[in-house]
Ligand binder design. Structure first.
Ligand code: TMP
Length: 258
């Protein structure tokens, strides 16, 4: 068997060379990290669920005209994507106070924000992804003014769409993180949505009970991570009826060995 060339390994995903030039294969791992990888663990089956959830959301976003790197899902843990040059900025959109904004500004968790906030963080693990302003991004050339305009515009469109999508299944979209990449077409590039959208990078609370159905269960040692991710997949209509888990062989083996 020929081994595929690995391009990059991140905390939750691996990128392999794709079948055609300009494509990559994105593999979703079960690894979970928090607090800049100071906390590490495994959530068995997370990769399978995130692959499916992200496919679903990216597909819906492309139908409303948000360009994304997603081409198609290949199997339980992999999707074919367009190769992009990642813009080194994490874009966080907040509707409700939670996480770092609560600590930084002393706002009570769960406070509905009077308007949506977009924040930017410079992607640099050694620096712990510091928050930056538009001025830093322009000054150090991490993205052009035009790219930042497109990014902010897309972030708002994604937020509006996802707020509605999740409200329709009884979930409050508290906040989430997006990443963008430059897609080259001859000498021109445009920014498109990249990475993934899954409970790893979103805060999703049940509208009636307030239950957290996202990676905060892992960050805060609440337990029930797989069940929470499954519940999101189930409400999105991605789990066959009566099936409590979409599992691949790899996950079956891991769970049997527990
Ligand atoms: P924060 O409140 O910790 O700043 O996180 C805001 C949102 O961004 C939350 O939904 C989790 C997500 N996020 C990531 O996806 N990756 C990260 O490294 C961090 C810090 C947050």
């Amino acid at each position: 068997m020929t081994r595929r060339r690995q391009i990059y390994e991140g905390k939750a995903k691996i990128l392999y060379e794709g079948p055609e030039p300009g494509t990559l294969i994105q593999y979703f791992k079960d690894d979970a990290t928090a607090f800049n990888a100071q906390k590490k663990g495994t959530i068995n089956g997370k990769g399978v669920l995130n692959n499916r959830i992200s496919e679903h959301i990216f597909t819906l976003l492309s139908t409303i005209g948000v360009p994304t790197h997603f081409i198609r899902r290949l199997n339980m843990r992999e999707q074919l994507i367009r190769q992009v040059e990642i813009v080194p900025i994490e874009v966080v959109v907040r509707n409700v106070a939670a996480g770092s904004i609560v600590k930084r500004l002393g706002i009570e968790e769960g406070t509905q924000l009077p308007r949506t906030i977009i924040e930017y963080y410079y992607k640099d693990d050694a620096l712990g992804d510091p928050m930056v302003a538009d001025e830093h991004i322009a000054c150090f050339g991490w993205a052009s003014q035009e790219e930042m305009h497109d990014i902010a515009d897309m972030a708002i469109r994604v937020n509006d769409f996802m707020c509605g999508l999740f409200a329709g299944i009884g979930i409050r979209l508290v906040d989430f993180k997006l990443e963008f990449g430059r897609f080259w077409d001859n000498d021109y590039s445009r920014v498109i949505l990249a990475d993934e959208i899954s409970p790893d990078g979103c805060r999703l609370w049940d509208m009636t009970t307030g239950e957290k159905l996202d990676k905060d269960r892992f960050r805060q040692d609440l337990g029930g991570e797989v069940e929470a991710y499954q519940e999101i997949a189930r409400r999105l209509g991605l789990m066959p009826d009566g099936d409590n888990m979409i599992l691949d062989l790899e996950t079956h083996r891991k769970n049997r060995g527990k």
